[in-house]
Write a protein that binds this ligand. Structure first.
Ligand code: FPP
Length: 252
């Protein structure tokens, strides 16, 4: 029996509900710009609305039995946007951390960041470090935020670290198999996503969790991210529960 009361409640909910939803949901939060444009507002207005949806979705996770939530906040390609939008997004991340810190700690949410930190502002990096440290002992929901993240970049960085270990004699190249590379990925402590959701009607994965989503189920939905609700997440989780995941095998 888990000792943490919140975890116990979650376990009872999931077991008692008889519904096998995804334990790990990953989301490509797309459509903020179009949502803002439709309202005649600047793109950053859409990103701010999107940040409010992040809060609601995190809050809904325990009720839906979601233990791991991974969200794509800024890709390695997003630097190509205007300087105003990039700076606005970076400032939004800092505001999100400042505003949500206390709530995330109280809600027993453990926060991690994935992606390459080298291009990020040192002040933002310090805030990310602080939030990770403050929530380190939390256990109810594992929230992973991808910032300056790209799946190919992650695999390249992982390969570099793996190669260094081989060169230093810490890793036998003959021992390298499918289990080896994931240990070098940013996500090395996380399970693979069960369900990947992309909002805004685009049906592509845009360099998100390339290695990890090999056997994930996908949902591409038309809703723009700022209109996404916990009710829609619940609908997708229930639909996931009816799917037959075979991982290349046959139905038992
Ligand atoms: C894609 O929509 C969205 C992003 C590049 C940014 C995602 C960021 C948030 C949801 C804001 C907050 C996140 C956190 C963690 C506080 P888009 O701009 O590409 O939309 P478009 O395709 O309609 O132009």
């Amino acid at each position: 029996m888990p000792k943490d009361p919140a975890q116990t409640a979650l376990a009872e909910h999931v077991e008692g509900g008889g519904f096998h939803g995804p334990a790990h949901v990953a989301i490509i939060m797309d459509g903020n710009g179009r949502w803002a444009t439709q309202r005649g507002r600047p793109r950053l207005f859409g990103h701010h609305a999107g940040a409010r949806r992040v809060r609601e979705v995190v809050e809904a996770c325990p009720r839906l039995g979601i233990r791991y939530l991974t969200i794509f906040a800024f890709s390695t390609e997003n630097w190509k946007r205007t300087q105003v939008e990039v700076a606005g997004l970076m400032s939004l991340f800092r505001r999100y951390i400042t505003r949500e810190m206390r709530e995330l700690v109280e809600q027993n949410v453990r926060v991690r960041f994935i992606g390459d930190r080298v291009r990020l502002d040192p002040k933002l990096i310090a805030m990310m470090d602080e939030l990770e440290a403050l929530t380190e002992a939390n256990t109810l929901v594992h929230l992973t935020v991808a910032i300056n993240y790209g799946g190919r970049d992650e695999v390249a960085r992982a390969t570099k670290r793996l190669a260094r270990d081989v060169a230093a004699g810490r890793l036998d190249p003959e021992s390298v198999d499918e289990e080896t590379l994931p240990r070098y990925l940013d996500t090395h402590v996380l399970p693979d996503p069960d369900l990947v959701i992309r909002t805004s009607g685009e049906a592509r994965i845009s360099n998100f969790l390339l290695w990890q989503s090999a056997y994930s189920e996908y949902e591409f939905i038309d809703t723009l991210w700022p209109d996404f609700t916990p009710a829609e997440l619940e609908r997708l989780c229930r639909s996931y529960g009816r799917r037959d995941r075979r991982f290349g095998g046959v139905t038992r």
